[in-house]
Design a protein around this ligand. Structure first.
Ligand SMILES: Cc1ncc(COP(=O)(O)O)c(C=O)c1O
Length: 298
C-alpha cells in the first residue's frame, strides 16, 4: 500500500509486449504501478484504438474503474477491436517469447550493421543509467543524424521521398524508427540499405536545425490552476509572452507538453515552438496549428 494512497497511472502506450520477454523493460504493473494504459496499435499490431487498461495491486477497484469508464465510452463497442486485442493477447501468451526473441536477434544484427556507418550515431543500451533511464527497448531505433549536418526533420522527408520509408518521428537531431517483432529480415535490410544510401549520398542541408533551449528555460511559472485556466474565458493572441496559457501545446517528439494550461508563456517557449514548427516539428494539439496565435486566458 503506497504511503499516500494515490494510484500511480503509467502511460505504457508503446510497451504492451514487455511482459512477454525477459530482455525487455519491466512491465509497469510488475514494477508496482496501479494502472497502466497500453495502445496495442502502436508497437504491437492491434487495430487502431485498441487500447487497454491493466490493473495492478488492489488500490484501484476494478468496478469503480468500469463505472467511471462508462461515463466517457461508447455503448457500442467494436467486435473487430476486441478481436484484435484478444488476438494479440493469445499470440503473446502462446508464442510471444519466441516471436519477440527472434525479432530481438534481427534487430541486433541491424544495429551491428548500422554501427559500421560513419557520422551516424545509433542510440544503444549505453543510455541506461543516464538522465533517469533505467531500462530500454531495443525495438526503438533512434538514430542521431546531426553528424551528417542534417536535422531529423529533413531526413524524415528524405527517407519518404527517396526510399518510400515512413520514419516514425524526426526531431532536431534524430530520426526514430519503430521496429516490431513483425519486421522480417527483408524489411530490416531495406531500412539498413536506405540509411547506407543516406550516408553515401548526403543531401545538402535545406534548413537550419532549430535551437533547443536549455531545459530550465522551458520550466514555466504555474500562474493558475490548470483547470481554471482551461475553463476560463480565452482569446487568441499573436504575442503570448507574459500571458497565461489556456491550452496544451505538445511537440511530437517527444510528445511532452511544452506548455500546459495555467502556465505563463516566456519568450524561450514561444521561440522553441515557432522555430520547431518552421523546421518541420509536428504539433498535434495546438488551438491554432499554424502557431501564429496561441490561446491565453483573457
Ligand atoms: C507515449 C504515448 N502515450 C499515449 C499516446 C496516445 O495513445 P492513443 O493512440 O491510444 O491515443 C501516444 C501517441 O503517440 C504516445 O506516444
Amino acid at each position: 500500500m503506497p504511503r499516500r494512497g494515490i494510484p500511480l497511472l503509467v502511460d505504457e502506450a508503446w510497451g504492451a509486449h514487455y511482459p512477454f520477454h525477459p530482455d525487455l523493460p519491466t512491465p509497469a504493473v510488475r514494477a508496482g504501478a496501479d494502472l497502466s494504459v497500453q495502445s496495442l496499435h502502436k508497437a504491437d499490431g492491434g487495430l487502431c484504438q485498441s487500447s487497454i487498461i491493466i490493473v495492478g495491486g488492489d488500490l484501484v477497484d476494478p468496478v469503480d474503474l468500469r463505472l467511471r469508464l462508462d461515463l466517457i465510452t461508447t455503448t457500442s463497442p467494436s467486435a473487430l477491436m476486441y478481436g484484435s486485442i484478444d488476438g494479440f493477447r493469445h499470440r503473446m501468451v502462446a508464442d510471444g517469447k519466441r516471436l519477440i526473441g527472434d525479432g530481438l536477434h534481427r534487430v541486433g544484427r541491424l544495429r551491428d550493421r548500422l554501427a559500421e556507418l560513419p557520422d551516424l550515431t545509433v542510440i544503444d543500451d549505453s543510455i541506461i543509467g543516464q538522465d533517469g533511464v533505467a531500462e530500454w527497448d531495443p525495438y526503438k531505433l533512434s538514430v542521431d543524424v546531426s553528424g551528417l549536418g542534417l536535422s531529423g526533420y529533413q531526413v524524415k522527408e528524405w527517407m519518404l521521398a527517396e526510399h518510400e520509408l515512413v520514419v516514425q518521428l524526426g526531431d532536431a537531431r534524430r530520426v526514430i524508427f519503430s521496429l516490431t517483432f513483425g519486421d522480417d529480415d527483408e524489411a530490416l535490410d531495406r531500412l539498413a540499405a536506405a540509411l547506407e544510401d543516406l550516408v553515401r549520398r548526403r543531401p545538402e542541408p535545406d534548413r537550419p536545425a532549430p535551437r533547443v533551449p536549455p531545459l530550465d528555460e522551458l520550466n514555466l511559472e504555474q500562474a493558475m490552476l490548470p483547470r481554471d485556466a482551461f475553463f476560463a474565458r480565452t482569446e487568441q493572441v499573436a504575442d503570448p509572452v507574459g500571458r497565461v496559457s489556456a491550452e496544451m501545446v505538445s511537440p511530437y517528439p517527444p510528445g511532452v507538453p511544452a506548455i500546459l494550461p495555467g502556465e505563463r508563456f516566456n519568450a524561450a517557449v514561444v521561440d522553441y515552438l515557432r522555430a520547431g514548427k518552421a523546421a518541420g516539428m509536428t504539433i498535434p494539439d495546438a488551438s491554432d496549428p499554424s502557431l501564429e496565435t496561441f490561446r491565453v486566458v483573457r
